[in-house]
Design a protein around this ligand. Sequence first.
Ligand code: ADP
Ligand code: MG
Length: 258
Amino acid sequence: MSTNPPATNDNAVIRIENLNKWYGEYHALKEISLTVSPGEKIVICGPSGSGKSTLIRCINQLEKHQQGTIEVLGETLDDNLKRLERTRRSVGMCFQHFNLFPHLTVLENCTLPQTANLRIPQKEAIAQSLELLDKVQMREHANKYPGQLSGGQQQRIAIARALCMRPKVMLFDEPTSALDPEMIAEVLEVMVQLAQEGMTMLCVTHEMGFAKKVADRVVFMDSGEIIEQAPPARFFQSPESPRTRRFLDQIIDHGVSA
Ligand code: ADP
Ligand code: MG
């Protein structure tokens, strides 16, 4: 038997090839190719309307694409619903708006998806929820309702809830952009911790401090295309494309933390 390591990227967590997506006539994603390896942290940035959310939403098929392939953990996403459901369970998602159930307590918000979707026994689901609430420092609020908590606290719960599903990869779509400035740090802190523990992460964010700290690669999108991607040091110090340079100048002008 051969002892050679497998060919590079054979074990990719996400492999996107020549992805094209239209909303009616509008070409929202153009020939996107992106591979994410196990443990890799990728930050996606770009101007509003450049297709960042669409890309994230295609990865768990909240949006359907028309051309190209998306493979998640070795499974190609197509019309097979059983396979899609299985794949979705491995993909945790955290949005700009937390989408917690307002009529459920923090603990119930974390426990329900486990019992309902994963058929995990109640007792085990509660134990897992408490452990993860502890990790995001929200355990003491387990019996409160989302409406009683700040935006930063709600977003940390949303992260814990996603982690309760034992995802293999986490997708973040501007998780701090709806938060008041004083709450951004507490959410980023949780994300940094997750990154340092080795989670595979794909994060749409303009928090460039976060990108510099944890990203293996920064991807810049504009008008539905990937314009360039590079490790943070190179991306920030010597971006190749004038479009990237313009974008970086703008966000620094607007005082986004760098
Ligand atoms: P970003 O997240 O980078 O701001 P989006 O992926 O949300 O960008 O949007 C990319 C483009 O696609 C925008 O021009 C937006 O108006 C358009 N778009 C997004 N969602 C829809 C939709 N459901 N129907 C039609 N157009 C959409
Ligand atoms: Mg968006």
